[in-house]
Design a protein around this ligand. Structure first.
Ligand code: HSE
Length: 418
């Protein structure tokens, strides 16, 4: 795109993010980008912008030759994919914040970008104001990227903070997250981990060249976490966070999952409260780096959309370096996880699936254990997703084969068996 050319935007969606972008663009005239039309679903709603800006006809934007940028911030994944593919076929650059759509249609989107050569940018789709995609894409070499741990969903982090630090009830905390514009229109997507999973799906592409489907990644949300779990965490000096994790194994394959996690007080993620997100990157030579910023909300998300629009000026597009220029990594299920599991009287935990159990507490209402289990067993049997069972991984949860044999031996030695 010619750097002096005007950016004429067709915007899809005028919700929390769309309206935020409209306001932010009014305050950044130097960008020389203006919204020509906004396509909305419900024309009856009162909106803080001139009525003639709006249409309900998507083709008014997609087939307008003056519009050279489509910005799509709607929450219907199928409609969003139709908009993105039509816009790219029409020769328009596209900026999107639709994480579900990107996760579910990643392969088609990669093909569309190759076919059209046009930029499709989506920094706002993960961690809102934190420039995580561009950093993973541009800065980190796959071979040196040992691992990433991240809080990628603002609503669940907000709810956990409000419940366990500010003592709000779950319903109150969720309502607040909805009122503040952090939650998805269907908050089940946040609470049950789907939103974090979607974001993790394409962040793995930028980090490691992995092109997984959301179904390929083990996940759950915070729906089963109990106050008693938070009390156990407190006793042990931990916080509970919903953490997306990827770790390079000795085989070169990658262990990846999205699960609640106990984090120690000196973990950078412990510092991440409310709707903030955080990303801890471990890479060779640089050790740990921590990215922190607001992960949800109108202006933080709009700021990432704005940055993508601005990047179009210099023809920025993702090169998907780890996928096209390196040997892409593969996901592995061949490792062990150290987990905490708490469960009520109505549920049994299949103890024989564990390699060993380190701690066991039988309680009146709930019991819990800490043990080591092969990841494949969690993939194959989903008992840990049942209502009444909560599974939380411990700090440094990934254990590889060689270590487990040593640990086993040590525990047997300690028990005086060998
Ligand atoms: N519902 C999402 C969250 C919005 O809470 O993180 C930002 O993607």
């Amino acid at each position: 795109m010619n750097k002096h050319k005007a950016l004429t935007i067709g915007l899809f969606g005028f919700g929390v993010v769309g309206e935020g972008l409209y306001k932010v663009l009014q305050q950044t005239p130097s960008l020389k980008a203006h919204i020509k039309k906004v396509c909305i679903k419900h024309p009856g709603k009162a909106r803080n912008a001139p009525a003639d800006l709006f249409t309900t006809e998507k083709d008014d934007l997609l087939f307008d030759n003056e519009i050279n940028v489509i910005v799509e911030v709607i929450d219907d994944a199928d409609a969003a994919f139709h908009i993105v593919s039509t816009a790219l076929h029409q020769g328009k650059a596209v900026v999107s914040a639709s994480k579900k759509m990107i996760a579910e249609h990643l392969l088609e989107i990669l093909a569309l970008q190759q076919q059209t050569g046009l930029p499709f940018l989506y920094e706002a789709a993960a961690c809102a104001s934190i420039p995580v995609i561009r950093n993973l894409e541009e800065y980190y070499d796959n071979d040196l990227l040992h691992g990433i741990r991240a809080i990628v969903n603002g609503s669940t982090n907000f709810i956990l903070t409000k419940m366990f630090e500010d003592k709000l009830a779950y319903g109150e905390a969720l309502l607040l997250a909805q009122q503040l514009g952090f939650a998805e229109s269907n908050p089940k997507l946040d609470v049950e981990g789907y939103d974090a999973l979607n974001k993790w799906t394409f962040l793995l592409t930028h980090a490691y060249g992995i092109t997984a489907q959301p179904d390929d990644i083990l996940f759950t949300g915070i729906q089963n976490i109990q106050l008693t779990d938070a009390n156990v965490a407190k006793e042990k000096g931990f916080d509970i966070k919903l953490v997306a994790q990827a770790q390079k194994l000795k085989s070169g394959q990658v262990a990846a999952f999205v699960l609640p996690q106990f984090v120690t007080k000196d973990d950078h993620l412990s510092f991440v409260r409310n709707e903030y997100n955080g990303v801890v990157i471990e890479s060779g030579f640089s050790d740990k780096q921590f990215f922190y910023g607001k992960g949800a909300g109108s202006f933080p998300t709009a700021s990432a959309v704005l940055s993508d629009i601005s990047a179009l000026r210099y023809d920025y597009h993702y090169e998907y370096k780890k996928l096209y220029h390196h040997t892409p990594a593969e996901l592995s299920n061949d490792f062990y996880l150290r987990v905490f599991v708490s469960f009520d009287k109505l549920n049994e935990v299949p103890k024989d699936e564990f390699e060993w159990i380190e701690e066991w507490h039988g309680g009146q209402e709930r019991s819990y254990l800490v043990g080591v289990i092969h990841f494949e067993k969690l993939v194959a049997h989903k008992w840990w997703k049942h209502q009444g069972i909560s599974l939380i991984v411990t700090p440094q949860p990934v254990i590889e084969d060689i270590e487990i044999r040593n640990l086993k031996k040590r525990s047997l030695e300690l028990a005086g068996i060998i």
